[in-house]
Ligand binder design. Structure first.
Ligand code: ARG
Ligand code: ASP
Length: 707
């Protein structure tokens, strides 16, 4: 009996990959992965997903980004018509919708639907990338650094990456991006076309698009219609072009067919997209630090910030619009960090990792280059502990604390251009633009309270004395931290748009100098210097950790030859597969995988802003029968997967990924198939809203619907 149990246990521990875990590289759907997918129900081939000599599903996937950093995809989208119509999340277009909103045209509140292409709204700076192909460049890059170590290696690597990227772009209208995979033991080159004219086509009101708001965020059961529609425009030749009214709707090589058949528990699902960052192979020390130091400090700082912002938003409709996207942003990671602590603790992730490390240490005994890795990890993470705490205060509470700190940082950087500036008028105008953009969504009274809170936190955090820069050393200011912040604000030109514009209109080297002597500016500079110093110390440790991570990855693969490894997310194109599945969330709580309109009526509460179902929706609901709204599945996803197309076994669109369920949000560090669920909006609900709620049938007409 006992031997049987032991054998069964060791099988569990040794089982190669946990079902459904993983974010795979579509260009490398090697035999094993595609076979697994097909076993799970997938009916198409690897070439149907990714091919370079013919159209494939990958041609219908879009990475959304910003000009200047188009490769750090903030969200994913899917092309759903042969006129470049793109579907993504409502929260992915949030800042675009907000930018077009005012008290007169409140598209956030009321929704927006272009009646024809002429009414679609341009979004300067937004980019949509479409992947052309991926190439393995490991050999070339590692050859360039083979004999080097430390900083020298870093430098040579950077140069080699730049060289290979430039060579790939040469003479084409594509852009190339090389990223490290498997802790930098492999490198792949991704080649994109980056479209720069992306217009807003449609968005439901927030009461539908983010129904449940921050209250329901990161939780299941969910009832958000979290979708919006964009359109990619291209030049005459269908190639990327800067915005121009005369650009034409992009003609894609492929677009997703939409099925109205729906999904049921157990159905195969597959998610395409650009997951941002995961760290699945960290040592136990890193997890402990995250749970004990890193997340708690960030949560504490953001709690204070959010309290102020939420009070302001509740007090005034204009402030609600101004702070809507910012508050959602601050709250999003804040809530996720809390869920991570819970999940990592509940599922004993550090303990499990420690067990693995003990086995590793036994295995590695006597093996050069393998032995001692765990000890090195322990030492480096111990050295990082206080630094990371200070870093969180320096950044979360400091450089990113009060918003004005950001503006000051930007302007101080720009002021450095002054000595070389020939055309002073143009320079001033461009500064003024920055300033206008900043003040569009700014409220000084709110920000002043945030600053007060940040100063209070700095001084009561129990930080080591040396970690508090002098400029924020105010443990007990006369009149309290509010008074101190009020005073700093009153004496600052940076918190008052009129005063700042006046200063800019006659700015020269001398007056810039004077501006920078203001106490608030001094404070910003001091915090900045402090953060820089910490960055230096941290990046020294990080450099050593990077080397260790590489060695660890290689050793782990050697120790577990039967395990099927996938690379951590790095904002490159991936596919995750799994199935629609409910889950046991907590003791005695089992969640079904689908939600329906009935749930919206049940949650509806006009007294709670997050649960204000629009009256018109409720009218429609009464007549609509039980339309499905959202579903959960076991696909391994993370931030950046928002807006990702969710496909069924036939490769047809069944939903749109937008979130993960609370009990499993630790999946960026440890995926557990029994508890980790991605949340998608059912495409049938999307069609219902576009067609019945918005009456925008012309958009449905563009799509290809299949059974
Ligand atoms: N949690 C989701 C993600 O990480 C959705 C966030 C947007 N919604 C919100 N209420 N803040 O992007
Ligand atoms: N909501 C996330 C996103 O915006 C998705 C996730 O973290 O699961 O990408």
């Amino acid at each position: 009996m006992r031997t049987i149990i032991i054998i069964a246990l060791s099988c569990l521990i040794l089982s190669p990959a946990r079902a459904d875990e993983g974010m795979w590289i579509p260009a490398l759907l090697n035999k094993y992965t595609i076979e697994e997918m097909q076993k799970a129900g997938f009916k198409l081939s690897a070439e149907d997903i990714y091919a370079i000599n013919r159209a494939s599903l990958k041609d219908a996937v879009v990475g959304l980004g910003r000009e200047g950093q188009p490769f750090s995809h903030s969200c994913t989208g899917g092309i759903i018509s042969d006129e470049g119509l793109v579907i993504t999340n409502h929260h992915c277009s949030h800042s675009m919708i907000q930018a077009h909103s005012s008290l007169e045209h409140n598209y956030l509140r009321d929704g927006f639907w272009a009646r024809d292409k002429g009414e679609e709204l341009a979004n300067p700076g937004i980019t949509a990338s479409i992947l052309s192909r991926v190439e393995d460049v490991t050999e070339e890059l590692l050859a360039a650094v083979a004999t080097k170590t430390g900083e020298e290696r870093e430098k040579a690597l950077k140069e080699a990456i730049a060289r290979v990227e430039r060579a790939a772009e040469e003479g084409t209208n594509t852009r190339a991006s090389i990223k490290p995979y498997f802790n930098g033991t492999r490198y792949f080159l991704s080649i994109f076309k980056i479209y720069r004219d992306v217009r807003l086509v449609g968005a439901p009101p927030s009461a539908i698009g983010s129904f449940g708001g921050d209250t329901d965020n990161w939780t299941w059961p969910r009832h958000s219609g979290d979708f919006s529609l964009l359109r990619i425009y291209a030049g005459e030749d269908n190639e990327p072009a800067a915005y121009a009214p005369g650009n034409r709707p992009y003609k894609p090589a492929a677009s997703f067919k939409i099925t109205t058949r729906g999904v049921q528990e157990g159905d195969f699902t597959m998610v395409f997209g650009y997951p941002g960052t995961t760290r699945e192979y960290l040592p136990s020390f890193a997890i402990e630090q995250l749970v004990e130091v890193d997340n708690p400090s960030k949560i504490k700082i953001r709690t204070a910030k959010l309290d102020v912002i939420k009070r302001a938003m509740a007090s005034d409709e204009l402030l609600r619009i101004k702070y809507s996207a910012k508050a959602a942003n601050v709250a999003n990671a804040w809530k996720k960090w809390q869920g991570e602590i819970k999940g990592l603790t509940r599922f004993r992730v550090a303990e499990e990792k420690r067990e693995l490390e003990e086995r590793f240490t036994r295995w590695a005994a006597g093996k050069p280059e393998r032995e001692g890795l765990v000890e090195q990890y322990r030492r480096l993470y111990a050295g990082r502990r206080d630094l990371i705490l200070a870093w969180n205060y320096a950044t979360e509470a400091g450089t990113r604390g009060a918003e004005v700190m950001n503006l000051i940082a930007t302007l101080r950087r720009r002021f450095r251009e002054l000595p070389d500036t020939r055309d002073l008028a143009a320079y001033r105008a461009s500064l003024q633009e920055t300033v206008d953009a900043f003040f569009k969504n700014y409220d000084a009274a709110t920000d002043r309270q945030v600053l007060a809170e940040m100063l209070r936190l700095y001084n009561s955090a129990g930080l080591d004395e040396q970690w508090i820069p002098d400029v924020v050393k105010f443990p007990d200011p006369p009149g309290g931290h509010e008074r101190l912040a009020a005073d700093l604000f009153a004496r600052s030109s940076f918190t008052d748009p009129a005063r700042l514009s006046r200063a800019i209109s006659r700015l020269d080297a001398r007056s810039a100098e004077r501006l920078q002597r203001e106490p608030l500016c001094r404070m910003q500079e001091g915090i900045d210097r402090f953060a820089e110093q910490l960055r230096g110390s941290l990046s020294e440790i990080q450099g050593q950790l990077d080397g260790l991570d590489r060695a660890w990855m290689v050793a782990l693969m050697e120790m577990q030859p039967e395990r099927h490894f996938y690379p951590d997310a790095n904002s490159t194109f991936r596919v995750a597969f799994g199935k629609v599945a409910g889950y046991e969330a907590m003791d005695a709580i089992y969640y079904k995988p689908n939600t329906t309109l009935a749930g919206i009526m049940q949650k509806d509460n006009q007294g709670i802003p997050d649960y204000n179902a629009p009256a018109r929706l409720k009218e429609l609901l009464a007549a609509a029968g039980n339309v499905p709204v959202c579903f959960v599945a076991t696909n391994h996803t993370t931030g950046g997967n928002s807006g990702s197309p969710v496909l069924n076994a036939d490769g047809h669109l069944v939903g749109l990924n937008f979130d993960r369920a609370w009990e499993g949000v630790m999946s960026d560090y440890a995926y557990r198939p029994e508890i980790c669920r991605n949340i998608s909006v059912d495409i049938r609900y999307v069609l219902f809203i576009i067609d019945k709620y918005a009456g925008a049938n012309h958009l449905v007409g563009e799509m290809t619907l299949v059974e």
